[in-house]
Ligand binder design. Sequence first.
Ligand code: NAD
Length: 308
Amino acid sequence: MSKKILIATDKPFASEAVKGIKNVIDQAGYELVLLEKYTEKQQLLDAVANVDAAIIRSDIFDNDVFEAAKQLKIVVRAGAGFDNIDLEAATSHGVCAMNTPGQNANAVAELAFGLAVYAVRNFYNGTSGTELAGKKLGIHAYGNVGRNVARIAKGFNMEVYAFDPFLSAEAIEKEGVKAVKTVEELYSTCEFVSLHIPATAETKNSINYELLNKLPKKALLINTARKEVINEAEIVKLMEDRIDVKYVTDILPSNHAEMAEKFAGRYFSTPKKMGAQTAEANTNAGIAAANQIVDFIKNGNECFRVNK
Ligand code: NAD
């Protein structure tokens, strides 16, 4: 019998993405089932009952969903984060859970430069700004987004440095980026620092006064990572003490009102996380999810598995 692949999205993919996914599913000889804009959990429970695979976005896959999905072998979150999937429940029901890392990385990287140019041109207030060319950019975490930031930074003629304790210096330097040994070295060397660390026990609150105070004069911190990594109280103190420092972020801080009031002209936040919000990222992630499902069913490839 043909395999059934469900797309379950309460916030649907763009129609281009659905077309691309359907194409991959058709070519594999499988059947596509579409559940979009559902409003009740029961609709999701009914839809998963007889499918072999599911592609989701921020849809919640909890124990009830896995309980109802008797045939399900794989669920793929089209996107990077996967905290909407109960990984333990997936494992206990014998389901492989995956994400699609890297598919939105270029979108996020481009936004980092949008924010950087906006900041160095004084938020387009009509006054004379500075350029990115010739400046030192420090990439804090050299993963999928960090790598794309490095690629674009070279086009801006920036001098690119990176710190990532999980990668060898050779792996970073073969891409024409200078690897630094410590995070302190990154911050004391670069007047531009772009954050790409995940929020982990180790990184939460780690961008603090002591670290930021190592930045050279007229520094800019760009955050397209997570707000949890910033020590919000200490960045306020730092920006009070260092009137030369600017901060731009794609992740609205908890203390946004205070930041906006105290640091007008040196601080900007997007109102809502926008890094991955592009038509291309949406389509890429959906199609990657479909390809990963086909590769899993046909070849047993589990390389993007996120549960045990
Ligand atoms: P990734 O998993 O590809 O890369 C993360 C990198 O961080 C890895 O290279 C890892 O070695 C490194 N790392 C882990 N702990 C570190 C530490 N303590 N110090 C330095 N490096 C460390 O992830 P990604 O796709 O590049 O995403 C990076 C960040 O961007 C994540 O925080 C993610 O939540 C965020 N993100 C934001 C948006 C947005 O819309 N703004 C979209 C996608 C991702």
